[in-house]
Design a protein around this ligand. Structure first.
Ligand code: SIN
Length: 191
Protein backbone atom coordinates (compact mmCIF):
# COMPACT_ATOMS: atom_id res chain seq x y z
CA UNK A 1 0.00 0.00 0.00
CA UNK A 2 1.24 3.48 -0.82
CA UNK A 3 2.42 5.62 2.07
CA UNK A 4 0.00 8.38 1.13
CA UNK A 5 -3.45 7.44 2.41
CA UNK A 6 -5.34 10.69 1.71
CA UNK A 7 -7.35 9.40 -1.29
CA UNK A 8 -8.34 6.16 0.46
CA UNK A 9 -9.49 8.00 3.58
CA UNK A 10 -11.49 10.55 1.63
CA UNK A 11 -13.50 7.72 0.08
CA UNK A 12 -14.72 6.74 3.54
CA UNK A 13 -18.15 8.27 3.60
CA UNK A 14 -19.98 6.50 6.40
CA UNK A 15 -20.12 9.49 8.76
CA UNK A 16 -20.45 12.23 6.12
CA UNK A 17 -24.17 12.70 6.77
CA UNK A 18 -23.71 12.89 10.56
CA UNK A 19 -23.67 16.28 12.28
CA UNK A 20 -20.76 15.14 14.45
CA UNK A 21 -18.40 12.19 14.84
CA UNK A 22 -16.24 10.94 17.72
CA UNK A 23 -12.54 10.68 16.93
CA UNK A 24 -10.25 8.80 19.33
CA UNK A 25 -6.62 9.90 19.53
CA UNK A 26 -3.90 7.74 21.10
CA UNK A 27 -0.76 9.55 19.88
CA UNK A 28 -0.13 13.13 18.82
CA UNK A 29 -3.88 13.68 18.57
CA UNK A 30 -3.92 13.56 22.40
CA UNK A 31 -1.47 16.42 22.87
CA UNK A 32 -1.82 18.34 19.61
CA UNK A 33 -5.45 19.14 18.85
CA UNK A 34 -4.90 21.53 15.94
CA UNK A 35 -8.52 21.21 14.81
CA UNK A 36 -11.82 22.54 16.12
CA UNK A 37 -13.88 20.22 18.33
CA UNK A 38 -17.25 20.39 20.03
CA UNK A 39 -16.34 18.34 23.06
CA UNK A 40 -13.35 16.41 24.41
CA UNK A 41 -13.35 13.46 26.79
CA UNK A 42 -10.73 10.98 28.02
CA UNK A 43 -11.55 7.40 27.11
CA UNK A 44 -10.19 4.11 25.90
CA UNK A 45 -10.47 1.48 23.20
CA UNK A 46 -10.00 -2.23 23.74
CA UNK A 47 -8.13 -4.90 21.77
CA UNK A 48 -5.36 -2.55 20.65
CA UNK A 49 -1.90 -1.81 22.09
CA UNK A 50 -0.04 1.48 21.42
CA UNK A 51 3.40 0.92 19.89
CA UNK A 52 6.18 3.12 18.43
CA UNK A 53 6.18 0.98 15.30
CA UNK A 54 5.29 3.50 12.58
CA UNK A 55 8.03 5.29 10.66
CA UNK A 56 7.75 9.05 10.20
CA UNK A 57 9.41 10.56 7.14
CA UNK A 58 7.16 13.59 6.93
CA UNK A 59 6.54 14.90 10.47
CA UNK A 60 9.12 13.74 13.01
CA UNK A 61 11.88 12.59 10.68
CA UNK A 62 13.08 12.71 7.08
CA UNK A 63 13.44 10.01 4.40
CA UNK A 64 17.19 9.90 5.28
CA UNK A 65 16.61 9.72 9.02
CA UNK A 66 13.05 8.55 9.69
CA UNK A 67 11.58 8.98 13.12
CA UNK A 68 9.12 6.72 14.92
CA UNK A 69 5.59 7.53 15.99
CA UNK A 70 2.83 5.43 17.49
CA UNK A 71 0.34 3.14 15.84
CA UNK A 72 -1.84 0.36 17.22
CA UNK A 73 -1.28 -3.37 17.08
CA UNK A 74 -4.03 -5.89 17.80
CA UNK A 75 -3.77 -7.50 21.26
CA UNK A 76 -6.81 -9.24 22.71
CA UNK A 77 -6.49 -8.11 26.34
CA UNK A 78 -5.12 -4.61 25.71
CA UNK A 79 -6.73 -1.36 26.80
CA UNK A 80 -5.45 1.76 25.07
CA UNK A 81 -6.21 4.99 26.84
CA UNK A 82 -6.40 8.29 24.97
CA UNK A 83 -8.50 11.34 24.25
CA UNK A 84 -11.78 11.38 22.31
CA UNK A 85 -12.97 14.46 20.44
CA UNK A 86 -16.42 15.16 19.06
CA UNK A 87 -15.84 16.84 15.69
CA UNK A 88 -17.81 17.79 12.61
CA UNK A 89 -17.10 15.66 9.50
CA UNK A 90 -15.28 18.54 7.74
CA UNK A 91 -12.43 18.17 10.23
CA UNK A 92 -11.38 14.91 8.58
CA UNK A 93 -10.06 16.72 5.49
CA UNK A 94 -7.39 18.28 7.72
CA UNK A 95 -6.76 15.08 9.68
CA UNK A 96 -6.45 12.95 6.52
CA UNK A 97 -3.69 15.29 5.40
CA UNK A 98 -1.98 15.31 8.78
CA UNK A 99 -2.13 11.50 9.12
CA UNK A 100 -1.32 10.77 5.45
CA UNK A 101 1.88 8.81 6.01
CA UNK A 102 0.26 5.37 6.26
CA UNK A 103 -2.71 5.94 8.58
CA UNK A 104 -6.18 4.75 7.60
CA UNK A 105 -9.43 5.65 9.27
CA UNK A 106 -11.04 2.73 11.07
CA UNK A 107 -14.46 2.57 12.71
CA UNK A 108 -14.32 1.29 16.27
CA UNK A 109 -16.12 1.37 19.62
CA UNK A 110 -14.82 4.16 21.87
CA UNK A 111 -15.46 3.98 25.62
CA UNK A 112 -15.80 7.51 26.99
CA UNK A 113 -15.08 8.12 30.68
CA UNK A 114 -18.41 8.40 32.53
CA UNK A 115 -20.37 8.60 29.26
CA UNK A 116 -20.76 5.10 27.85
CA UNK A 117 -19.66 3.76 24.47
CA UNK A 118 -19.97 5.33 21.05
CA UNK A 119 -18.99 4.31 17.55
CA UNK A 120 -16.30 6.53 16.12
CA UNK A 121 -13.04 6.70 14.21
CA UNK A 122 -9.38 6.12 14.86
CA UNK A 123 -6.40 6.53 12.53
CA UNK A 124 -4.31 3.40 12.40
CA UNK A 125 -1.14 2.56 10.46
CA UNK A 126 -1.26 -1.18 9.73
CA UNK A 127 1.79 -3.31 9.08
CA UNK A 128 1.19 -3.39 5.32
CA UNK A 129 1.83 0.36 4.91
CA UNK A 130 5.08 1.44 3.27
CA UNK A 131 6.25 3.49 6.28
CA UNK A 132 5.71 0.71 8.85
CA UNK A 133 8.88 0.31 10.91
CA UNK A 134 7.80 -2.66 13.02
CA UNK A 135 8.91 -4.01 16.39
CA UNK A 136 12.31 -3.20 17.91
CA UNK A 137 13.64 -3.09 21.45
CA UNK A 138 12.69 -0.04 23.51
CA UNK A 139 16.37 0.90 23.63
CA UNK A 140 16.73 0.81 19.84
CA UNK A 141 13.52 2.79 19.42
CA UNK A 142 14.83 5.43 21.85
CA UNK A 143 18.12 5.63 19.92
CA UNK A 144 16.29 6.20 16.64
CA UNK A 145 14.00 8.80 18.20
CA UNK A 146 16.96 10.65 19.73
CA UNK A 147 18.41 11.27 16.26
CA UNK A 148 15.30 12.13 14.26
CA UNK A 149 13.82 15.53 13.50
CA UNK A 150 11.35 16.61 10.80
CA UNK A 151 9.10 19.48 9.72
CA UNK A 152 6.87 19.04 12.81
CA UNK A 153 9.84 19.16 15.17
CA UNK A 154 12.07 16.82 17.13
CA UNK A 155 10.99 13.20 17.41
CA UNK A 156 12.07 13.31 21.07
CA UNK A 157 9.52 16.09 21.70
CA UNK A 158 6.76 13.86 20.29
CA UNK A 159 7.80 11.09 22.70
CA UNK A 160 8.13 13.39 25.73
CA UNK A 161 4.83 15.17 25.05
CA UNK A 162 3.04 11.86 24.59
CA UNK A 163 4.49 10.43 27.81
CA UNK A 164 3.45 13.57 29.71
CA UNK A 165 -0.07 13.47 28.23
CA UNK A 166 -0.43 9.79 29.18
CA UNK A 167 0.65 10.58 32.73
CA UNK A 168 -2.00 13.31 32.87
CA UNK A 169 -4.55 10.72 31.67
CA UNK A 170 -3.46 8.50 34.55
CA UNK A 171 -2.35 5.63 32.36
CA UNK A 172 0.62 3.38 32.94
CA UNK A 173 1.93 2.65 29.44
CA UNK A 174 5.03 0.54 30.07
CA UNK A 175 6.16 0.62 26.42
CA UNK A 176 6.04 4.43 26.09
CA UNK A 177 7.46 5.05 29.57
CA UNK A 178 10.37 2.67 29.01
CA UNK A 179 11.28 4.39 25.71
CA UNK A 180 11.07 7.74 27.52
CA UNK A 181 13.38 6.42 30.27
CA UNK A 182 15.88 5.21 27.67
CA UNK A 183 15.75 8.51 25.78
CA UNK A 184 16.35 10.56 28.94
CA UNK A 185 19.32 8.32 29.79
CA UNK A 186 20.76 8.90 26.30
CA UNK A 187 20.27 12.66 26.61
CA UNK A 188 21.94 12.67 30.02
CA UNK A 189 24.88 10.66 28.71
CA UNK A 190 25.33 13.29 25.97
CA UNK A 191 25.86 16.08 28.50
C1 SIN B 1 -3.25 9.45 16.94
O1 SIN B 1 -2.71 10.31 17.61
O2 SIN B 1 -4.38 8.98 17.26
C2 SIN B 1 -2.64 8.89 15.70
C3 SIN B 1 -1.17 8.81 15.72
C4 SIN B 1 -0.46 10.12 15.75
O3 SIN B 1 -0.82 11.04 14.99
O4 SIN B 1 0.48 10.28 16.54
Amino acid sequence: MSANTIAINQNMKQFDSHASVWLFGYGSIIFKADFPYLERRPGHITGWARRFWQGSHDHRGTPQSPGRVVTLTPQADAICRGMAYLVTPEVFAHLDHREKNGYLRLVTAIHLDHAGSVEGLIYIAAEDNAAFAGPASEQDIARQIALAEGPSGRNSDYLLMLAQALRELGTDDTHVFEIERQLLALQQADH
